[in-house]
Write a protein that binds this ligand. Structure first.
Ligand code: 3PG
Ligand code: MG
Length: 392
């Protein structure tokens, strides 16, 4: 792997810079800026080197179609203020874009392309799409570790057409995670939550042999409860997961890994509702399960108490509404309490988990916080991530 940090002559070089600016947004408002703050070092580094920076990122999952709600505009405006420079957001069709259309103003240093997932070629890892992108720049830098588990055009295929380098944040993250995984102390608890069930449920089975406890909360827990015959009302769930869940329980038995899931829940009639604590059998047809209940919180705290390492990806509930944030806050506070006395090693990862930690000002009280969620879990699986492989 070649590192951008080591490159000398970058003056006037056009750098195609893949970032993960997939920040949580609500009505165009950025709910958490951590992912933007984390890429300031690479932007400042390249500006100092007199490069011309062409930023690529995605927001959300627009699946190859333009969706104005998922524009990079708010991110662009936020970054403009942070680096005190005008940034041009190119909203025109990238496929029509030519090299000469860009950087015509000699003072211009940073340009953004609009959400790369507006284009079908991105998720298809399409060769022609990558080739076209490559013509807009001289070199490629991947500073999006948190997207490197995706075999997408702006992560993987692009590296076939441009000299490619690891960015500063990507380097930091892989070094930190390599250290975590080699020096890990047992017993290890891994807490997995959040809403991206489909990305994560298949990973759990592979994590089982490595951990003593896997605690499943958030959206995925609904699937587990449903599988076990508990009513889940209108709660978010993924279809066709029965075989995967069956496998999880079977594998856990073989490896003596405990699978922990909610014993009680907090429900609402809508995402905006107030919280109501319920026993599992009290959940009715019109309920959404939106957080874990007090008995579950206590159980998770006891496991953290008896662990030497805690890895956490994904909130326990719909934390965007404070009424359903308690489970996540309590998990965070317990980890921090143990951390302060140096009794555990703690790692948290993922955009939403970071947002939770920021809401209660605890982000600096973990041993390591990764911007990556899905990529973090796949790294823990021991897989070589496609985006990292492409740089090697
Ligand atoms: C993330 O937030 O996990 C990254 O931005 C990758 O997004 P994805 O899970 O939609 O691929
Ligand atoms: Mg993800």
């Amino acid at each position: 792997m070649k590192f951008i940090r080591d490159q000398e002559n970058l003056t006037e070089k056009r750098v195609l810079l893949r970032l993960d600016l997939n920040v949580p947004l609500k009505n165009g408002r950025i709910l958490d800026q951590t992912r933007i703050d984390k890429i300031l070092p690479i932007i400042n580094f390249l500006i100092k080197k007199n490069s011309k920076i062409l930023v690529i990122s995605h927001i959300g999952r627009p699946r190859g179609r333009v969706d104005k709600q998922l524009s990079l505009k708010p991110v662009c405006e936020n970054l403009e203020k942070k680096i005190n420079q005008k940034i041009n957001l190119i909203e025109d069709d990238i496929l029509q874009l030519k090299r000469n259309d860009l950087f015509n103003d000699s003072k211009e240093r940073v340009i953004f392309l609009e959400n790369i997932r507006f284009y079908e070629g991105e998720e298809k890892n399409d060769t022609n799409f990558s080739k076209h992108l490559s013509k807009l720049a001289d070199i490629f830098v991947n500073d999006a570790f948190s997207c490197s588990h995706r075999a997408h055009a702006s992560i993987c295929e692009i590296t076939k057409f441009l000299p490619s380098y690891a960015g500063l944040q990507l380097e930091t993250e892989i070094n930190a995670l390599a250290k975590v995984t080699t020096e890990i102390k047992k017993p290890i608890a891994c807490i997995i939550g959040g809403s991206k069930i489909s990305s994560k449920i298949g990973i759990i089975k592979n994590l089982i042999p490595k951990f003593d406890n896997i605690i499943i909360v958030g959206g995925m827990a609904n699937n587990i409860l449903d599988y076990l015959g508990s009513p889940i009302g209108k709660s978010f769930r993924e279809n066709d997961c029965e075989i995967t869940i069956n496998d999880i329980f079977k594998t856990a038995k073989i490896h003596s890994c405990k699978i922990v899931y909610p014993e009680d829940v907090v429900v609402g009639k809508s995402l905006e509702d107030k919280a109501k604590i319920k026993e599992l059998n009290e959940v009715n047809k019109s309920d959404f399960i939106l957080d874990i209940g007090p008995k579950t919180i206590k159980k998770i705290k006891d496991i953290i108490e008896n662990s030497k390492t805690v890895l956490w990806n994904g909130p326990a509930g719909y934390f965007e509404n404070p009424n359903f944030a308690l489970g996540s806050y309590e998990i965070a506070k317990k980890i921090v309490e143990k951390n302060k006395d140096n009794l555990i090693y703690s790692v948290a990862g993922g955009g939403d988990t970071i947002a939770v930690l920021n809401q209660i000002n605890e982000i600096d009280n973990f041993n390591f916080v990764s911007t990556a969620g899905g990529a973090f879990l796949e790294y823990l699986e021991g897989k070589e991530l496609p985006g990292i492989k492409a740089l090697n």
